[in-house]
Write a protein that binds this ligand. Sequence first.
Ligand code: NAP
Length: 256
Amino acid sequence: MTHQPTGAPRVAIVTGAARGIGAATARRLAADGCLVAALDLDESQAAATSAAIEADGGRAIAVGADVSDAAAVEAAVARVAAELGAPTILVNNAGILRDNLLFKMSDGDWDAVMQVHLRGAFLMTRAAQAHQVEAKWGRIVNLSSTSALGNRGQANYAAAKAGLQGFTKTLAIELGRYGVTANAVAPGFIATDMLRQTAERMGITFEQLLEGAAKEIPVGRVGQPEDVAAAVAFFCSEAASFVSGQVLYVAGGPKA
Ligand code: NAP
C-alpha cells in the first residue's frame, strides 16, 4: 500500500499512539510511506513510538496533547502542519475504559469516557478537516469496538463506541465531496494494556483473560495491535477512495 501517489508523502496523525493499537498503527502508516505524528497525553511516552519509526527509517514526531482539550488539539494540529506538513490522514484512536455495572457507574466514569472518545474525536476531526478540505484529499479512521453492539459493564464505552459509528457516517456524508473518506474500525479482543485493567477488574490474570477470550473467538486466537493497524492502513490508502462511511469489525469472527 502506498501513500505517495504524487511523490509527496501523506502526513498522518495517530492519537493514543504511545502504545497498543495506536503505536502499531503509527508504525504501519510510517512503513506505508506516511510522515507520522504520534500523539498522546504525554509527549515523552509518544516519543517511544516516533523513535521506533525513525529507527526503522521513517519520519515521525511525538506530540503531547489531551484530545479532549480544544486548545491543546488546535495547537497540536497546527504544530504537525508546521513540522511535517498538512495532516490529511487522521486516526482517532485515543481511548480509556471506566467500566462498571450501570448501578455502580459514577457521573465521572460516564463523562470521562465521553470526553476522550467522542469529544476527542470531534475536536481532532474538526481541526484536521480544515487541512483535508484544502488539500481536497483526506482519510479519517475512527476506532470503534465490538462493544458498540452492547457489553455488560460498559454502558459508557458502548455508547461512545456506537456514537463514533454515527459520527463516522456523518463525516462521510459531509466530507465526501472534498475527497475525504471516513471509516471506522471496530476491534474485538486485542491484547493491549487496556485489557490488563479488565483482567484486574475480573480478579484474574491477563494470561487467563487471553486464554478464555481465545476460546470464544472463531479464528482461535486473540487479536494483536497489528491486526487492527492493517485494517486502518487499508482505509487510509489511496486505493480505498471509494470506501466511506463503513464500519469494519476486526474481531476474528462475526461478533465479539
Ligand atoms: P491502550 O493500550 O490503553 O492505549 C490507549 C492510548 O490512548 C494510551 O497511550 C493513552 O495514554 C492514550 N490516551 C488516553 N486518553 C487520552 C487523551 N485524552 N488524549 C490523548 N491520548 C489519550 O488502548 P488500546 O487497547 O490500544 O486501544 C486503542 C483504541 O482501540 C481505543 O479507542 C480503544 O477503545 C479501542 N479498542 C481497543 C480494543 C482492545 O481490545 N484493546 C478493542 C476495541 C476497541 P495514557 O497511557 O497516558 O493513558
